[in-house]
Design a protein around this ligand. Structure first.
Ligand code: ZN
Length: 491
């Protein structure tokens, strides 16, 4: 498979040619959400980044198995292996079963992902569904000498691991720095070193999410699920592992350590990380009062927002930045994205109005080559979008008659926008052009209803019946009421 795709590998810190281990198959693993609250602006970025990658790899002809997990156990409030489980805490506050919380927020997450037009992953495994596999992984790491048991919990022995392998190779940290920077909290004495992390935690009496094991009634450490489920569904060597930059340390660093401790090597060929979203230059956080959920973004129901932004505006806004660049949210930036997106969609719509000439004065092929070059350069979507706008200028000059395009060129132009704007960037035609269609439909139906009314008044029953039959055929239900004729689309 010749694709010329170049991707930036966080591990090697450089761009590398993408060569899958076993083409045409590609294994892609992306860390999914911890489902204890509504998805927010920060969730949209990895979702869109890796949806773009998934779409483009499929477009290139690869058979991609895309695994994105749901974290429903083991993610504690505090990264230092202390505090309550995030889901258990929410369940306690809401007086619900933890799995009710999980189901509720998973459903809402899926709805948001559908709104953003992200494709569903091939497999979406849950941590709580893989407790036995995670216990087996802990056993293997213990056997290999890279973990120790302490009062019913099992911890990863970072120092022992670092003697044979390199702990910190992804994030560039070393254990001397960690030694100096890790706070020693009270009650952490069961760990040999503060930077050791939990593989299995003994549950306290009030901890409700617990499973039996030979060490204790307890639960797996948060990092363990990804080492375990990526191996289960993609094998102990696979192509791409993705996630947000905030997961690089400790989550992904610990994942590499666990997998290497168990299988003897890092399973991942390419590590990819999307950069973060800030809000008016600030980190987003509940305590900062600038926390925006995706539902609020789509409805406008948040004090930070001057208006509602459609999911496609949000998608376009994110794609206008390169995934490795930080992205700052502001009302101005979103409004600009809204305009840009509509301008692009209107241009795509207007391609239909073009009539082909005998000869072409424009070069669609050159434009297509530039679009591919941008995507192949580590998915450079801002450059790709600038090329699509170059094409908008071409479309307008053709419509104004300054340039001409032949039949073949017009087909290529139509395909170019279908492929890049819809298939690969995953945009949907704008709501405006949709509602435009609805308006047209409305006018059409009203006109036919008028014709039928006139026919009935003239006792022209044949015409009146014919109109009614045509409505039925077209899936439109009409009903005569005292107020006049009502109509709706039949499902
Ligand atoms: Zn993960």
């Amino acid at each position: 498979m010749e694709s010329n795709l170049i991707l930036y590998n966080t591990l090697s810190r450089k761009k590398e040619e993408f060569k899958p281990l076993n083409p045409p198959f590609v294994g892609l693993y992306v860390c999914g959400p911890t489902v204890y609250g509504d998805a927010h602006l920060g969730h949209a970025r990895p979702a869109i980044t890796f949806d773009l990658l998934f779409r483009y790899l499929k477009y290139l002809g690869y058979k991609v198995r895309f695994v994105r997990n749901i974290t429903d156990v083991g993610h504690l409030v505090n990264d230092a292996d202390e505090g309550e489980d995030k889901i258990a805490k929410k369940a306690r506050l809401e007086e619900l079963e933890p799995m009710e919380i999980v189901q509720y927020f998973t459903d809402r997450y899926h709805k948001n992902m559908d709104d953003l037009n992200t494709l569903k992953p091939s497999i979406e495994p849950r941590a709580s569904g893989h407790i036995i596999e995670q216990q087996a992984l802990v056993e293997k790491i213990l056997e290999n000498g890279f973990a120790y048991e302490s009062d019913g919990s099992v911890y990863f022995d970072v120092e022992a691991y670092n003697k044979e392998f390199h702990y910190g190779k992804l994030s560039g940290r070393n254990i001397e720095d960690l030694q100096a920077n890790t706070r020693t909290l009270d009650g952490q004495s069961e760990k040999r070193k503060p930077f050791d992390f939990a593989l299995w935690k003994k549950a306290s009496a009030e901890h409700i999410m617990r499973w039996p094991s030979r060490w204790s009634d307890g639960f797996p450490g948060w990092h363990l699920e990804c080492s375990c489920m990526s191996q289960k569904y993609l094998g102990d060597r696979f192509d791409i592992h993705g996630g947000g930059l905030d997961l690089q340390f400790p989550h992904h660093e610990c994942e590499i350590a666990q997998s290497t401790a168990a299988y003897g090597h890092d399973p991942v060929s390419y590590w990819m990380h999307n950069n973060m979203v800030t809000i008016n230059g600030q980190k987003m956080g509940k305590s900062l009062g600038n926390f925006i959920t995706l539902d609020q973004l789509f409805s406008g129901d948040n004090d930070v927002l001057e208006q509602a932004y459609s999911p496609m505006t949000v998608r376009f806004f994110m794609l206008q930045a390169h995934y490795r660049s930080p992205l700052d949210f502001s009302n101005e930036a979103l409004k600009a994205a809204e305009k840009g997106y509509k301008r692009l969609m209107n241009a795509v719509d207007s391609i239909k109005k073009i009539t082909a000439s005998d000869k072409s004065s424009v070069d669609v092929n050159a434009l297509k080559e530039k679009c591919f070059a941008a995507l192949n350069d580590d998915m450079n979507t801002p450059i790709l979008i600038s090329h699509l706008f170059e094409g908008v200028k071409i479309i307008n000059t053709i419509i104004s008659g300054k340039e001409s395009i032949d039949k073949e060129g017009l087909e290529e132009l139509t395909k170019l926008y279908n492929d890049f704007a819809f298939d690969i960037l995953g945009l949907l035609p704008s709501e405006e052009s949709n509602s435009g269609n609805n308006e047209t439909l409305e006018k059409l139906v009203e006109t036919l209803i008028e014709i039928r009314k006139t026919a009935k008044a003239n006792k022209d029953w044949a015409t009146a019946d014919a109109v009614r039959d045509k409505f039925k055929e077209a899936g439109i239900e009409i009903k005569d009421t005292a107020e006049g004729v009502e109509w709706k689309l039949a499902n």
